[in-house]
Design a protein around this ligand. Structure first.
Ligand SMILES: *[C@@H]1O[C@H](CO)[C@@H](O)[C@H](O)[C@H]1NC(C)=O
Ligand SMILES: *[C@@H]1O[C@H](CO)[C@@H](O)[C@H](O)[C@H]1NC(C)=O
Ligand SMILES: *[C@@H]1O[C@H](CO)[C@@H](O)[C@H](O)[C@H]1NC(C)=O
Length: 435
């Protein structure tokens, strides 16, 4: 079930303040504010789409809201050329293109107005646009209600989902083939939005999360968008007081990246994705991805397509595909699997290595993962007794202790050094926490 806390708001607001080009900020400030349309009164959006920097725009009539707080401005004050064509007064649909192998369209924002499509990049209308929708998206109808991108992995191929009435059109970007689906169980979407790999259909002031391939809805929907996708104060949100963790309060349990590049930080019973922070960072329950895990984890590392999660004296091994599946026979005692008694503090594997380094108290155990049986072959002292998490990638090794971390070129240097290097602070840019 989707548990989208209000913390989203703060972090999107954060990303706004860093992201927009300076000139652009000026335009926003100068644009006349609208005091009539209040999105907390429960309006229905025409379109929702993020830009290439992760700012999210909510469209209604000839105006838009940027991010989750603040007043609306004229859409044409941000996307200038819309004014030249859009005497129509509103956009029907919008999405941010995901087309990794085509730089000429990847990350562009597409707008749909009646029978025309507009492509923007860097807030500038691309040459040749607007054009007829069917020129670029043959088989897709005009006068759309909603559109949302669906990258390969979430959809079968890089696709766009278009909505009109109760029909959905799944458009394959590469082959330009269209599959029409009728998802009668889904409300008619007036806008659709992909956020952190989840898909939301907005209808009225509500939204419903759906599966982008099957249209399936799981969980308790609809939900009121005012509790999740905007800040409406008193009476909305989860007590109104939810906020992101301060960076100074971060105390990780584990940090790991799988072979698909998905990077996770674990804290308490929640995890946060670190590689998608462009779209805002957000904490979800660990059990949402790793169903069999309850409670805090002690350490996590990835080896090949497997993700190891260590909790107490047990280890869970998950196969990582689009979803994580627990391998049969797990959890198993850590001692049996890796030859070491739990609990442990941290575990990490450096790229292209077969030796996992496990930190327990002030010792680092090296376990060769290709040996049978697996045992801790080398044990070395390290200059820390209270490690929370460790992570090793092409840039080297980081040892996390509370809101600080220490960098080393490799695990050997960690074991050899007598002096701690200068600690660095966990930052909002990498951890999505609040300054
Ligand atoms: C984006 O547009 C601004 C001005 O409109 C320009 O200064 C900047 O170089 C552009 N950036 C890119 C990446 O094209
Ligand atoms: C949804 O769209 C269909 C047309 O595709 C229409 O017949 C139906 O009345 C719409 N439902 C609502 C609740 O608006
Ligand atoms: C929104 O959802 C609630 C149930 O959660 C429902 O009672 C209400 O009619 C819905 N409103 C709209 C405009 O979809």
């Amino acid at each position: 079930m989707a548990v989208v806390f209000l913390s989203l708001c703060v972090c999107m607001a954060l990303s706004l303040s860093h992201a927009a080009p300076a000139q652009h900020d000026v335009m926003l400030k100068d644009a006349p504010e609208d005091h009539h349309e209040d999105r907390c009164k429960g309006i229905e959006f025409d379109a929702i789409a993020p830009d290439e920097k992760g700012n999210t725009f909510f469209f209604k009539g000839d105006r838009l809201w940027k991010g989750l707080t603040g007043a609306s401005v004229l859409s044409s004050s941000v996307f200038t050329e819309l004014d030249d064509y859009a005497h129509l007064g509103h956009v029907d649909a919008a999405f941010r293109m995901h087309h990794e192998h085509d730089a000429s369209s990847h990350d562009h924002i597409y707008f749909f107005l009646d029978d025309k499509v507009f492509s923007y990049y860097n807030y500038t209308l691309e040459k040749g646009y607007p054009m007829e929708i069917q020129q670029e998206f043959p088989g897709v109808p005009s006068h759309l209600d909603a559109a949302v991108e669906c990258p390969k992995g979430e959809c079968i191929t890089d696709s766009v989902l278009f909505f009109k009435g109760n029909e959905a059109y799944s458009f394959d970007i590469k082959t330009k083939s269209v599959k029409k689906k009728v998802w009668t169980h889904l409300p008619n979407c007036t806008s659709a939005f992909r956020w952190l790999e989840h898909y939301y259909c907005f209808h009225g002031h509500n939204f419903t999360r759906f599966h982008p391939v099957t249209g399936e809805v799981t969980g308790n929907y609809p939900k009121d968008a005012r509790n999740y996708f905007m800040r409406c104060g008193e009476g909305f949100g989860h007590g109104g007081g939810a906020r992101k963790l301060r960076c100074s309060e971060v105390k990780l349990d584990a940090i790991s990246a799988d072979e698909r590049g998905r990077m996770y930080a674990f804290q308490d019973v929640m995890y946060v994705r670190l590689d998608t922070h462009r779209d805002g960072s957000h904490h979800f329950p660990i059990s949402r991805l790793w169903k069999e895990i309850s409670g805090r984890v002690d350490a996590a590392f990835a080896y090949g397509e497997n993700m190891y999660i260590i909790q107490g004296d047990q280890v869970y091994i998950y196969k990582s595909a689009v979803h994580y599946t627990l391998i049969e026979g797990y959890p198993k005692p850590l001692k049996e699997e890796l030859g070491i008694d739990g609990p442990v503090n941290a575990a990490f594997l450096c790229p292209q290595q077969h030796t996992v380094h496990i930190i327990k108290d002030q010792k680092m155990y090296d376990v060769d993962l290709v040996a049978t049986p697996r045992t801790a072959q080398t044990v070395r002292l390290i200059p820390f007794a209270d490690t929370d998490a460790g992570f090793c990638d092409a840039e080297g090794l980081k040892v996390f202790i509370g809101p600080e971390y220490y960098s080393y070129a490799n695990p050997t240097l960690l074991a050899m050094s007598r002096l701690r290097p200068e600690p660095r602070q966990i930052s909002p840019e990498t951890f999505g926490c609040e300054e």
